[in-house]
Design a protein around this ligand. Structure first.
Ligand code: NAP
Ligand code: MG
Length: 499
C-alpha cells in the first residue's frame, strides 16, 4: 500500500503528537504509585521522546483488581456476543481513522519504517479487531452425543483476567494479535508492552475506551521486564499470560506460574528459521525477493526471519550473486521517509549485539560479502550477507534478530532437511521447489509451526501462528485457535427424565 503522507508531513505529524506516557488503569491515565519513570527514545535520532510511567507491583495489583472487578460484574465478560462485537468493530474503525497518527507514533518509538507501520496499523491491526469481532457471534459450543437420558453441553467460557506481555518488534501488531482475541473471548486484560515501545499500546487503550469498552477491561502497564513483567507473571489473581518474546524470558514465565498460582502460560518465542532452495527451484520467479524479505524485513528483527538460507550447490553461486545485489539495494535511513526500506535497530544495546554476531561470523570463518557496518546517528546496520556458513557456526545456530543473511550450501534434499532440522527452534521454514511431492514431503518433515512454500509468508489472520520445540508452547496466536488461548472448557451434564 502506498503511504498517504510525505516525509515532511510525517515529521510534522510527529512534532504535533499528543503523546500519552502514563499507565492506563481502570479507564484512567495515571502515574506509577511510586512515581517511577523510564525513558523511551527514538532509535533513529537517539533522542528522548518522553518519560513513561514505570509500573511496579502495586500498579499491577491495582490493574488486576479493576480487571477482576469488571470481569466478575459481567459488563464485558457476560454481555451478549452482539454487544461485544459492536464495541470491537467500533475500535477497528477508530484505528483506521487514526492510522496515520498511530503509524507515526509507532515509527518514532520503534525505528520501524513508516511504510511498514502504516501497512500494519492501517490494515492489519484494525482487521484483527474486525475479524475477532465478527467471530464472536459465529462460534458455536457443542452438544455431546449422549443417550436420551442426558443432555451434555460443552461450553467455552472466558478464562478470566489475562496478562499479555509483548515484544518491541511489532508493537501494535502484536498487541492486536493478543488483545483482539482476548477481548473477543470476554476476558479482562493487562498489557505489558516492551519497554522500548510502550507508546502505541497506550494510545490504543484510549481508543478502546472511546469505542465503548468498559473501564477496567483493558489496562496498559508500561515498564521493565524484571519489575512490571515479573509482577504480571507472579500475580496470584491473573488466570493466564500470553507472552511473545525471547525463549529465555518465556521460560521465566513458566517459573513465575509454578511459583505463584499455576496460571496458564502461552508462549511465542524465538527462532532460527531456514529458507531452503532445492535444485529444481525457479530462481527467476520472485525467489530472490522472497529470500531478501525473509531475512531483512523489519531489519531482520522478526521472530520468523529466515536467516539460515540453505541453497542447493547447483544454484548457490547464482543465488549468492543475486542476493548480494539485492541486499545492497535496500535504502537505510529516516524511518519517517516513505522511501526508506530499513530503519535502525531498536536500541544501541541491540545494535551492539547484532554487530557482535557479525564479528563472530567473520572470526569463525564465514565470508561477509556485503554490508555489516553500522551507521550513525541512530542504531543502523547495513544489510549483511555471509556465505560459506557451516551448520556448527554460532551465526548458523543462534538467533541474531538483525539484518544478517547467511548462505549455507547444501547437496540435495536430504542434506537440506537434515541441516534444517538441526536446531532447537521450530517457528518457521520456507521451501522453494517446483515439485509438489518434494514440497509436501518437506512441509511434513520440518518440525515447525509454519512452513511456507515457494514464497515467504507467515500466513494471515485466519491461520494459527506459533512454534514447535523452544519456539513456543501449544498455544497459537491468530485464527480461531487464538481465542482458545483465552477460554476454558466447561461440561454441563443435565440428567433428563421421560415425563
Ligand atoms: P524479551 O526480552 O523476551 O522481551 C519480551 C517481553 O518480556 C518484554 O515485554 C520484556 O520487557 C519482558 N521481559 C523481559 N525480561 C523479563 C523478566 N525477567 N520477567 C518478565 N518479563 C520480562 O524479547 P524482546 O527482546 O522484546 O523481543 C525479541 C524476541 O522476541 C526474539 O527472541 C524473538 O524471536 C521473539 N519474538 C517472537 C515472536 C513469536 O511470535 N514467536 C514474535 C516476535 C518476537 P522489557 O521490554 O522490559 O525487556
Ligand atoms: Mg522507543
Amino acid at each position: 500500500m502506498t503511504i498517504p503522507i510525505t516525509r515532511t508531513e510525517a515529521h510534522n505529524t510527529a512534532s504535533m503528537l499528543k503523546i500519552k506516557n502514563l499507565a492506563f488503569i481502570d479507564g484512567k491515565f495515571s502515574g506509577a504509585e511510586d512515581g517511577a519513570t523510564f525513558d523511551t527514545l527514538n532509535p533513529a535520532t537517539e533522542k528522548l521522546i518522553t518519560e513513561v510511567a514505570h509500573c511496579g507491583s502495586k500498579d499491577v495489583d491495582r490493574a488486576v483488581k479493576a480487571a477482576r472487578r469488571v470481569f466478575n460484574a459481567g459488563t464485558w465478560s457476560r454481555v451478549s456476543p452482539e454487544a461485544r462485537k459492536e464495541v470491537l468493530l467500533r475500535l477497528a474503525d477508530l484505528i483506521r481513522t487514526n492510522a496515520i497518527e498511530l503509524a507515526v507514533l509507532e515509527s518514532i518509538d520503534s525505528g520501524k519504517t513508516i511504510t511498514d507501520c502504516f501497512n500494519e496499523i492501517g490494515t492489519e491491526v484494525p482487521n484483527f479487531f474486525q475479524w475477532y469481532a465478527e467471530l464472536i457471534d459465529k462460534r458455536f459450543d457443542k452438544v455431546s452425543p449422549t443417550g436420551e437420558d442426558a443432555l451434555a453441553l460443552i461450553v467455552k467460557e472466558p478464562i478470566g483476567v489475562v496478562g499479555l506481555v509483548l515484544p518491541w518488534n511489532f508493537p501494535l501488531l502484536m498487541s492486536a494479535w493478543k488483545i483482539a482475541p482476548a477481548l473477543a473471548a470476554g476476558c479482562s486484560v493487562l498489557v505489558k508492552p516492551a519497554e522500548q515501545t510502550p507508546l502505541t499500546a497506550l494510545r490504543l487503550a484510549e481508543l478502546a475506551q472511546e469505542a465503548g469498552l468498559p473501564d477496567g477491561v483493558l489496562n496498559v502497564l508500561p515498564g521493565m521486564g524484571e519489575t512490571t513483567g515479573q509482577a504480571v507473571g507472579r500475580h496470584p489473581d491473573i488466570d493466564a499470560v500470553s507472552f511473545t518474546g525471547s525463549t529465555e524470558v518465556g521460560g521465566y514465565f513458566l517459573r513465575y506460574a509454578a511459583e505463584s498460582n499455576l496460571k496458564v502460560i502461552g508462549l511465542e518465542m524465538g527462532g532460527k528459521s531456514p529458507l531452503i532452495v532445492l535444485d529444481d527451484a525457479d530462481i527467476d520467479d520472485g525467489l530472490i525477493e522472497h529470500a531478501a524479505t525473509a531475512a531483512f524485513w523489519n531489519g531482520g528483527q522478526n521472530c520468523s526471519a529466515n536467516m539460515r538460507q540453505l541453497v542447493d550447490v547447483k544454484l548457490v553461486d547464482e543465488f549468492t550473486e543475486r542476493i548480494k545485489i539485492r541486499a545492497k539495494s535496500f535504502k537505510l535511513g529516516d524511518p519517517l521517509d516513505p522511501q526508506t526500506d530499513i530503519g535502525p535497530m531498536v536500541t544501541a544495546e541491540h545494535q551492539a549485539r547484532v554487530l557482535g554476531y557479525i564479528e563472530k561470523g567473520k572470526a569463525e570463518g564465514a565470508r561477509l560479502i556485503t554490508g555489516g557496518s553500522s551507521r550513525e546517528p541512530g542504531y543502523f546496520i547495513e544489510p549483511a550477507v555471509f556465505t560459506g556458513l557451516t551448520p556448527d557456526m554460532t551465526i548458523a545456530r543462534e538467533e541474531i534478530f538483525g539484518p544478517v543473511l547467511g548462505v549455507l550450501p547444501v547437496n540435495g534434499l536430504n542434506e537440506a532437511l537434515r541441516i534444517a532440522r538441526d536446531t532447537e527452534y521450530g517457528l518457521h521454514a520456507t521451501v522453494f521447489t517446483r515439485d509438489i511431492d518434494r514440497a509436501i514431503y518437506m512441509a511434513r518433515q520440518l518440525p515447525c509451526g509454519t512452513v511456507s512454500v515457494n514464497g515467504f509468508s507467515e500466513g494471515d489472520i485466519k491461520t494459527p501462528f506459533g512454534g514447535y520445540r523452544r519456539s513456543g508452547s501449544l498455544s497459537r496466536d491468530n485464527g480461531t485457535e487464538a481465542m482458545d488461548q483465552y477460554m476454558q472448557t466447561k461440561t454441563i451434564w443435565i440428567n433428563t427424565a421421560h415425563p
